[in-house]
Design a protein around this ligand. Structure first.
Ligand SMILES: Cc1ncc(COP(=O)(O)O)c(C=O)c1O
Length: 473
């Protein structure tokens, strides 16, 4: 018998299940059927995720034991998956034979341990705040591998970025350029800058995370690029490095990335012709999509790298331009699949006939706002009873005081009881980094797992932490 129900949202009739079938050997026991060892689909779950004796294991650690030790909600990060994604991205660009850089986008998730892994694996880092810069420094990440972004950075943040010698400040608008020019006017060593442009490319993704259109709040319109170039030419404290664009996140269409590179090269050629500025570096940003459901296909990072590099080669040849360095900024595609969120089922809402309408869990929109913000969908299983047959579709509601606090809608799960442990896959990106303390519920802890060992990389927020900024009258 083949029990994959708990993993799938709609149906177990999914063709890629078949290769896993030989790994399953069933024996029935109580509420759950036990399997000696079951691998989970790699494009949704971490590389090391297995179901052994009916329980989810991550990085060789029993999810139930992790929850017992660290409490829930708990975010578990699989080190092998994380490093594997970084290496795959580097290798994909390496194979293209062009000068390149891979900068992990810190906004997807940042803590010092992760920044240390980024440093060890040879990636750079994109940051957007002074505190993200601090984390980069704590992790001893060489500052020349850090790019500082933002459409409205504070004065102190810009000062820190310049004083610490970041590799580039990626300038979003003319006012920021003006501030940066004033800040660096007396510098002996000019600060490298890239100009972020709005390429007018509407990629297919949720409107809230589409950033490439002309109407987006981000980036210089091509019409204002000449003004920026003129300012750069009379700014002795600034050195033009190149152009940047980012068309959005959760994008699967390689054509949109290819078009972005073409726009960047065309604009670089224009700057060279009109202003004598040479772009040494071009960056089409990040944005490569990640599957969240079993039926979604994983994008091919090798095809992504090939598409970007082919576009760069073609357009540069058309303009007789030397090849600049290509820098990409993946966030989600590096960290999303490495993360699994663990929640305890606290209660249920039952229909009159006793069927379960909602499971209530001890986290929700404050640690993972993506369902509420973008109608994001997820895949889940019961970590303590991973191969039990499913009951009727059920929704998983968070603990927060909003009707929109529903993490999963109408998913197939075994009939759960209070105390069961829910594992939600692909929760590494844009969850903890966007977490809030809504309802004054402390933010979750995060652990890194590898080879049977778990290390706390972010402790759970405490009530004292929450009240530390609270000032009584
Ligand atoms: C400028 C910039 N670069 C990179 C990224 C990372 O995007 P993703 O996590 O989709 O790869 C973002 C996020 O949207 C971004 O704004």
């Amino acid at each position: 018998m083949f029990a994959w129900w708990s993993v799938f949202r709609f149906s177990a009739e999914v063709s890629f299940l078949k290769p896993f079938a030989p790994l399953c050997g069933a024996k029935v026991s109580g509420r759950c059927e036990h399997y000696r060892l079951m691998m989970l689909p790699r494009h949704i779950w971490p590389d090391t995720a297995t179901i052994s004796d009916d329980r989810l294991h991550l990085g060789g650690c029993d999810a139930r034991a992790l929850a017992a030790t660290y409490g829930t909600p708990l975010y578990v990060f699989d080190e092998a998956t994380l490093r594997g994604a970084m290496r795959a991205c580097l290798a994909a660009f390496e194979r293209q034979g062009l000068p390149f850089g891979v900068h992990y986008a810190a906004k997807a998730l940042l803590n010092t341990a992760l920044a240390q892994i980024v440093a060890q694996e040879g990636l750079g880092l994109d940051v957007v705040s002074g505190a993200e810069l601090l984390v980069a420094r704590r992790a001893s990440l060489p500052m020349e591998r850090v790019h500082f972004h933002g459409n409205a950075p504070g004065a102190a943040e810009l000062e820190r970025a310049v004083a610490w010698g970041v590799g580039a400040v990626v300038v979003d608008n003319l006012d920021e350029l003006e501030r940066l020019a004033a800040l660096t006017a007396a510098r002996e060593r000019p600060q490298g800058v890239m100009l972020r442009v709005a390429p007018d490319i509407e990629a297919s993704t949720h409107p809230a995370i589409a950033t490439g259109g002309a109407g987006s709040k981000f980036g210089l319109l091509p019409e204002t690029l000449d003004t920026a170039a003129a300012r750069l030419r009379v700014s002795p404290g600034l050195r033009f490095l190149g152009l940047h664009a980012h068309i959005g996140s959760q994008i699967f269409d390689l054509e949109a990335f290819r078009a972005t590179v073409a726009v960047l090269v065309d604009l670089a050629a224009r700057l060279r012709a009109r202003h004598g500025l040479t772009a040494e570096e071009l960056s089409p940003g990040g944005g490569l999509g990640t599957p969240y459901l079993a039926e979604e296909a994983a994008p091919d990072v090798a095809a992504y790298a090939a598409a970007l590099c082919a576009s760069l080669r073609d357009r540069c040849a058309a303009h007789a331009m030397p090849l600049p360095r290509l820098t990409v900024e993946p966030g989600r595609s590096i960290v999303a699949r490495a993360g699994v969120a663990l929640y305890t089922v606290m209660g249920r809402k039952l229909a009159a006939d006793g069927t379960i309408r909602y499971l209530h869990v001890d986290g929700g929109m404050a640690d993972n706002p993506r369902p509420a913000l973008y109608n994001a969908r997820y895949t889940a299983l019961l970590a303590n009873c991973a191969s039990a047959p499913p009951g009727p579709p059920v929704s998983v509601a968070g603990r927060y005081c909003e009707s929109g606090d529903v993490l999963l809608r109408d998913v197939s799960l075994p009939p759960a009881q209070p105390g069961d442990l829910l594992a939600v896959a692909t929760t590494g990106a844009y969850t903890l980094s966007m977490a809030s303390a809504y309802n004054l519920a402390p933010r979750p802890a995060a652990v890194l797992v590898a080879e049977g060992r778990a290390r706390l990389i972010q402790r759970r927020e405490t009530e004292d932490d929450l009240l530390a900024r609270d000032v009584p009258l």
